[in-house]
Design a protein around this ligand. Sequence first.
Ligand code: B12
Length: 345
Amino acid sequence: MTAAMTAVDPTDAYVGYLDCLADADEYAAIDVAIGLLDAGVPAERVLLDLVAPAQAEVGERWARNEWSVAQEHAATHISEQVVAAVAAHANPRPTGGRVVVACMDGEWHALPPRLVAEVLRLRGWQVTFLGASVPAAHLVSYLHRYDAHAVALACALPMRLPHAHRMIEACRRSDVPVVVGGRGFGADGRWARRLGVAWAPNAPAAAELIADERALRGVPPARLTHLADDEYASLVRRRGELIDSALADLRDRVPAARAYSPTQLDATVSDLGHIVDFLAAAVYVDDPSLFTEFVEWLSEILLSRGVPAGAVARPLDHFGVALRDFPRAGRVLALGRAALPAADR
Ligand code: B12
């Protein structure tokens, strides 16, 4: 048994609970959570003050290359089991209307909205949780069929924002109010404001918004007139060509890249794809900070995994040349280049 069983506060239980995740000890993790419930801690606090921060720490350990993907997956599975156990223990009965909670198309981070779904359930809403990557057309027909009071959409990755916008618009056309959340909208929700949609920083705030239909519907409209320059659409059309040419350029200019194994090549293609997708998303919302934050994150990830310096700088320079007729993308790339740590320039 890895965890202290006597904690009556999620904060005191946190370190022991993280040890359970580190040891992949599902039973001990569930015991910690149920122990807190039995000690009178509200289920909402167990979810938000224990499971959520522990899961964020899992991400930090993966990012620092301290935990493998397998350890992260094991820990995430345990968190899902703990959420299920807490939900079953609390077993609330709905008194309110139906709220549908779903991940945007292409979004696999289902645990954060699952926490939101359970908090809404605890607060009396009848919640349908549709889970990861729900195609827009299927979501909309589901909303029609069940006459939803509101839909809560999750996006963890800013590169998915253009898809998120299409999905938000599809829900709007069926007149169901939308609230969005997740890291993908920026820490302060600034990209949700750009897309003209109600945003909640966390589950309790989402519950308050959903209870206030006027606030949910009374959001200022999207500010996307810059899309008239067609840069975003052209970037999307050229995605494949940009990735191919950046890979060829990297192999020409960074000697270590010529000796990459097939696995390293796959990872490089995936990183180049992310660079193009984050660039396109920054152009979509017209905010270079979306890209500079990503570049800082990516170079930290690559440096902690021993990827040679230049692995980010080189593709940025290449895209800068390939996209010289794209003034907004060019500005974003230049700011991204400037945001790189000295070690990667
Ligand atoms: C687990 C995990 C995964 C799992 C998800 C499994 C699952 N069932 O959820 C898997 C393995 C699928 C995954 C995949 C990837 N992941 Co991941 N993942 C995570 C991790 C470790 C935990 C997510 C989590 O549960 N967080 C805990 C929740 C509670 O925190 P939260 O998101 O802040 O949520 C709160 C609020 O934001 C808000 N909220 C959240 N959602 C919603 C929704 C609504 C409607 C509302 C109102 C509010 C709201 O309320 C929550 C509670 O208060 C995070 C790290 C992290 N720090 O979060 C990385 C993280 C999000 N992943 C990341 C990445 C890069 C990826 C991949 C691209 C990796 C890859 N190379 O393939 C893929 C992308 C997959 C995809 N297309 O979606 C990065 C994103 C970085 C960035 N620059 O954007 C992170 C931050 C890891 C890191 N530290 O670098 N991931």
